[in-house]
Design a protein around this ligand. Structure first.
Ligand SMILES: Cc1ncc(COP(=O)(O)O)c(C=O)c1O
Length: 434
């Protein structure tokens, strides 16, 4: 390594040690965030090193991250994107590609999804002039079932796109079997569940495509970022084209002429030999990332198992600490799953003697951060009021979530002492209010 660089990175390590001295936890004063980035010395060094390289667009770190991340899932391809929402947009838009010929989704086709969750699991359906078909979820897994999905399949159903709720897998093997039986595509929104398994197999590996978010709240972070994963080389080519302006060329960043026919194609009405770099086979986007993000991602990836274990440990301590408490529905993992939890969900029972609002206010007053299960029932939001969609069955549990559910943190920066304070606070509140 260059001497100046080695010295600089040594200083960065020193700076990190001084700047990040942990302060003592003071109950009721130290904010206990529901989620956040967990960044260490190596992450800071990785970012500075990337800055020194001055590879400011996507480059070698991006390519390396995509390879290593795909390998982590034992899938063939991973494509970085600028967010999890963009990953979802790309995944669903890929299913509309003319390259899929008869299997291509066309305007008016239906995609089954759940009503309670994050909006950008659903938005790509509408953004592609497709029709979401909403099914309800179960409590206390906060996921839907294969039976509910089966009941929603109609003559125009072409795909299923569902998120693993708060890291808790939906019964993805059964859903994948159902999809195969009916010739439907399956997209797993794995944004909140990296590291979770269902029947011993990682979530994100069952569907035709799966997506990840690297926003700081998530299991791994790049600041902003996301990823689309697939085992299908055909779908991967479509994802790459859509991500990179819709172009047909599949050269890696900085590469030329990977196909060895850069000036040898005939496409559409273009002159023969028109530069392949500027031939567009999709109406695409630019949803790429930078090498600085990928460098941070590579550094974070080394800690995936450690992060997952910490999330599991915190979740279990909350679950055991709150067990048996009246007035609250506690979360349960989906049978046959091992979740890498995103958060700890709590639902206030109708006869609890207290409301969600009151409990949330109490926790916030003690600096215990809370969040809702994102949008709750999406169909109740103004954005969807004039959109075409179909609802199958009642959305009773989605409404319960909208009115009575919230979550608190399990992310790795929360210590045992902090988790115990969260448990004690909830216990104190319930004892006082009932
Ligand atoms: C299930 C789910 N899907 C998609 C997203 C969107 O990810 P991003 O914020 O990176 O766009 C989120 C965000 O938290 C999410 O929870």
């Amino acid at each position: 390594m260059n001497e100046a660089k080695a010295l600089l990175l040594e200083q960065v390590r020193k700076y990190h040690q001084e700047a990040s001295r942990p302060s003592a936890f003071v109950p009721g004063v130290t904010p206990l965030l529901p989620s956040g980035a967990v960044l260490d010395e190596s992450d800071r060094v990785a970012l500075v090193e990337a800055a020194l390289e001055m590879q400011i667009a996507a480059g070698t770190s991006s390519v390396r991250f995509e390879r290593e991340f795909a390998r982590t899932f034992k899938l063939r391809k991973a494509h970085l994107t600028n967010s999890g929402s963009s990953a979802n947009l790309l995944a669903l838009t890929a299913l509309t590609s003319p390259r899929l010929e008869d299997r291509r989704l066309r305007p008016g086709d239906e995609v089954i999804t759940v009503a309670a969750g994050f909006p950008t699991t659903v938005n790509p359906i509408l953004q592609n002039q497709l029709v979401p078909v909403f099914v309800d979820i179960e409590l206390p897994t906060y996921n839907t079932t294969a039976e509910r999905i089966a009941a929603a399949i109609g003559p125009r159903t072409r795909a299923i796109m569902i998120a693993h709720a708060m890291g808790n897998p939906f019964p993805v093997q059964e859903v994948a079997e159902l999809a195969a039986e009916h010739g439907l595509f399956l997209i797993e929104d794995n944004c909140d569940a990296v590291g979770s398994t269902y029947r011993g197999r990682p979530t994100g590996t069952f569907g035709d495509l799966s997506t990840v978010s690297f926003y700081p709240a998530h299991h791994l972070t790049m600041g902003e970022g996301g990823c689309v994963l697939t085992n299908s080389l055909a779908l991967a080519r479509i994802i790459e084209s859509l991500r990179n302006w819709g172009r047909d060329c599949w050269c890696e960043p900085g590469e030329n002429d990977r196909c060895l026919r850069r000036f040898g194609f005939q496409f559409g009405d273009l002159p023969f030999g028109y530069d392949h770099k500027y031939i567009f086979s999709h109406v695409g986007y630019n949803l790429k990332t930078t090498d600085l993000q990928a460098a941070l991602g590579l550094s974070q990836l080394r800690r995936l198992d450690e992060f997952g274990a910490a999330r599991q440990r915190n979740w279990t301590r909350l679950r055991e600490g709150l067990d048996g408490l009246p007035g609250l529905i506690l979360p349960e993992p989906t049978p046959d799953s091992e979740p890498s939890w995103f958060g700890f969900l709590l639902t206030v029972k109708p006869d609890a003697g207290f409301t969600r609002a009151k409990l949330v206010q109490f926790l916030e007053s003690r600096k215990i951060g809370t969040r809702l299960l994102f949008a709750g029932n999406l169909t109740r939001h103004p954005a969807y009021s004039d959109r075409e969609y179909r609802v199958v069955g009642e959305l009773t549990n989605s409404d319960i979530v909208t009115e009575h559910t919230f979550w608190i943190g399990v992310y790795p920066a929360l210590t045992t002492e902090m988790i115990d304070y969260m448990v004690a606070s909830i216990r104190e509140f319930v004892a006082r209010e009932r």
